[in-house]
Design a protein around this ligand. Structure first.
Ligand code: SF4
Length: 405
C-alpha cells in the first residue's frame, strides 16, 4: 500500500502539545539523579561509544562524530538526547546536535569569525561594538553543542582557537567606560557556572553605577532545564533589571520540563526573549515556525530575533535562502499575535551588526501618499508627505529633556 507524507500543517501541529521525553535510554537511573543538573552534565554523550545502541547513524553522521573532536566537540545532555528520533535522519533535533561530515566542507564566503568579534575586543572576552552596550563572553563551555554555533571557533575547547577571558581587565574596562549601560553575558553558556560564581559576576556588574541593564544569553533552560532550580531563580532576583535571551529553534524543544523551567524564571521576574536561528531541516517551514512562536508565548517568552544563519565555516548545509525567511515572517505577520512575530535579522558579515530584514509592505511612495499592502495582500492608501521637500519638524529638545530642577 502506498503511504503519503502527512501535510506540513499536521506535521507541525504534532509539536503543539507540551510533552516530556522522560528518561528514555536512562530508565535505570534514579529520578533524583535524572533531575540533577550535575548528573546530566557528567553523563553527556560526547563520543561514538555514547551513541552506540541509542541511534542509527547515517554514514555522514558517523564521520561527523569522529571528526568533531578536532573542530567543535559533540556534547549532548541525556535529557536533550531523548528528544532525538533515533530512526529518522531528518529529525529536526538531530540536525542541531549530531555532527556530520559536511562540517569539514567549506564554501566560498565561509568565515571563522563571521560577526567580527575578535577584532572588536578591547580586552579579552569583552566585545564592544555598539555604542552603549557590550557582549561579555564569560566561558567557552555549553551544556550541549549546536552544530551551527557562531562561536564554534572558540567554544567547546576542541578547535584551534581558545577563548581568552580576563575578568579583572573586563571589569576595569566596564568601570572606566561610563557610556556602557547594558551588558550581555554570554559565551559559551553563563548558566553552566555555579550559582555562587554567577552571583559574584553579577554583583561586580551591579556595583558599577552606570550599568543599568544586564542580560544573560543562555541555552541551558532548553538543553538542561534541571539547572533552573528555585534557588537559582531566587538568587537572580537580587539583580533586576535582569533579562534573559533563550534559544529555541523547534517546537519539539519546548517540553514540559522546559516550560516549567521558563515559568520559574518568569515567576522570578526575569523577562524572557527567544532567539531562533533559521536552519535547513529544522525550522525552515512557515507552519513549524508558527507553532514555535505560539508555543513560546504560552511559556511567557517573547520571540525576539529570527537570525539568518551566519556564514560559519562548515555550516552551509544548514543555511536557508533569505527569501524563505521572508516567507516565514509573512506567514506570521498579521496571521498570529504581534508579540509572536520576531524581527528577522542578518548579522552583517565581518562585523556589521544586526541588520533587520523585512517583507515589503510599502508598495509605493508617492509625493502625497503611501500605497500599503496588508497581510492579506489588500491595498490601502495613507496620505503622507513622504517625498515632499519640506523638512521634517525638528524635536524640541527642551521639552524632551528631563527637568533638572
Ligand atoms: S549554546 Fe550557544 S554558544 Fe553554545 S554551542 Fe549552542 S549556539 Fe554556540
Amino acid at each position: 500500500m502506498k503511504t503519503t507524507d502527512p501535510d506540513p500543517v499536521s506535521r507541525a501541529e504534532a509539536f503543539r502539545p507540551f510533552t516530556s521525553p522522560g528518561q528514555g535510554h536512562w530508565a535505570h537511573v534514579s529520578p533524583a539523579d535524572w533531575a540533577d543538573s550535575g548528573w546530566q552534565q557528567r553523563n553527556r554523550i560526547t563520543n561514538m561509544a555514547g551513541l552506540t545502541g541509542k541511534i542509527r547513524l547515517t554514514s555522514r553522521e558517523e564521520g561527523g562524530v569522529l571528526l568533531s573532536s578536532t573542530k567543535l566537540a559533540m556534547g549532548i545532555t541525556p535529557y536533550f538526547f531523548n528528544l532525538v528520533d533515533p530512526d529518522d535522519p531528518h529529525c529536526p533535533i538531530r540536525q542541531q546536535v549530531i555532527p556530520k561530515t559536511d562540517e569539514v566542507h567549506y564554501v566560498e564566503g565561509d568565515m571563522a569569525d563571521p560577526c567580527g568579534e575578535d577584532k572588536s575586543m578591547p580586552v579579552p572576552g569583552l566585545v564592544h561594538r555598539y555604542p552603549d552596550r557590550v557582549l561579555f563572553l564569560v566561558t567557552d563551555r555549553c551544556a550541549s553543542y549546536c552544530r551551527y554555533c557562531t562561536r564554534s571557533r572558540v567554544v567547546s575547547g576542541a578547535g584551534e582557537q581558545d577563548l581568552e577571558i580576563d575578568f579583572e581587565a573586563a571589569f576595569a574596562y566596564l568601570e572606566q567606560h561610563t557610556e556602557i549601560r547594558d551588558v550581555l553575558l554570554s559565551g559559551g553558556d553563563p548558566l553552566l557556572f555555579s550559582d555562587k560564581k554567577l552571583q559574584t559576576i553579577l554583583r561586580r556588574l551591579r556595583a558599577i553605577p552606570h550599568i543599568e541593564f544586564i542580560r544573560i544569553g543562555s541555552r541551558v533552560p532548553i538543553f538542561l532545564p534541571q539547572r533552573i532550580t528555585p534557588q537559582f531563580c531566587e538568587m537572580l532576583r537580587e539583580f533586576h533589571p535582569l533579562w534573559m535571551s533563550v534559544h529555541v529553534n523547534h517546537p519539539k524543544e519546548l517540553t514540559i520540563e522546559v516550560r516549567d523551567a521558563l515559568g520559574r524564571l518568569a515567576d522570578a521576574g526575569v523577562p524572557l526573549g527567544n532567539q531562533s536561528v533559521l536552519l535547513r531541516g529544522v525550522n525552515d517551514d512557515p507552519e513549524v515556525m508558527k507553532v514555535l512562536v505560539q508555543k513560546l508565548l504560552r511559556c511567557r517568552v517573547r520571540p525576539y530575533y529570527l537570525y539568518q544563519a551566519d556564514l560559519i565555516q562548515g555550516t552551509s548545509h544548514l543555511r536557508v535562502p533569505v527569501r524563505r525567511g521572508l516567507e516565514i515572517i509573512e506567514n506570521l505577520r498579521g496571521h498570529t499575535t504581534g508579540y509572536g512575530v520576531p524581527q528577522y535579522v542578518i548579522d552583517g558579515p565581518g562585523g556589521g551588526g544586526k541588520i533587520p530584514v523585512n517583507p515589503e509592505y510599502v508598495v509605493a511612495r508617492l509625493p502625497d501618499r503611501l500605497i500599503l499592502r496588508n497581510y492579506k495582500g489588500e491595498m490601502y492608501e495613507y496620505p503622507d508627505e513622504s517625498l515632499a521637500e519640506r523638512p521634517l519638524p525638528s524635536y524640541n529638545t527642551e521639552v524632551l529633556a528631563p527637568s533638572m530642577g
